[in-house]
Design a protein. Sequence first.
Length: 341
Amino acid sequence: MYSLLRSFLFLFQPERAHYLTANFLHLLLKIPGVKSLWEANYKVNHPSLERKLFGLTFPNPVGLAAGFDKDAKMFSDLFSCGFGFIEIGTVTPKSQPGNPIPRLFRLKEDQAIINRMGFNNGGVEVCYDRLKDRDRSLIVGGNIGKNKWTENEDAVNDYLVCFNTLFDVVDYFVVNVSSPNTPGLRDLQEKEPLLKLLSRLSEENRKYSHPKPILLKIAPDLTDGQLDDIIYIIKESGIDGVIATNTTISRDGLKTDNSKVEKIGAGGLSGKPLTKRSTEVIRYLTTKSNHAFPVIGVGGIHNVEDAHEKLNAGASLIQLYTGFIYEGPSLIKKINKSLIK
């Protein structure tokens, strides 16, 4: 069924197909009786799937990564697909249009996507309004970033605005300094500025009577030395964990014709080509730190085996994005059923 729908959607430009899918799912679930049938088909409930992490109880360990629901428009419908948690964003203090269209590209031969969206979103206040009356039994994370025009030396203020605005309406935070599509953003992954940023957010977090978990999302392109710095920074800043990994700027080993890849140009690559590297980063962080902090694994999960590799490498939870686009909601169901077995 989904393969037929995917064939239809892949006739459209990727960004157009994304919004068509969102509208279709929303309208479909509004039809009386359809939501319960949809959930009966895709949602898997079993006590053994529960994961207790960061003081939260996740009904299952399969989440949706940031980038799919940037403006918190779709999260309620997406929970009906069987996800255990949804991460919205990346959200910035002020609205911004992102990079020029086209900015999203499929590499079907590689089961991959290249995006250079550029943090297009309606701003943190809009996101707050959509989340304030949500079902609090559903776990929602807030992925936060800086506006394109904000200089790196002032970036901490952008993250603080997003953090404080969303504090009452999300269950955990993710600090995104690893997107390759905002000029200079990845410079914030360097040891000194990153420690400063995360320490300041931790300080702000402690002002609240019930602090929220803060995680750092990192790039797969970091060296072992940089990963060692990440381990040190997590410990020193007092944040709660890592999401590994974001998209890669590498184009190594692609099946897609090189001329097509070059024509697409800059952007972060996600999907199957990222599977091995993201797992390597997870294993390195968990092993080298002696499991000192939880890691959420994301990158190239397209089947049950990919999911198990991430978990066996040390991930406490996993997230889907490109795999969800290529395989549909049945992938979530298959992973959860395999974990029960």
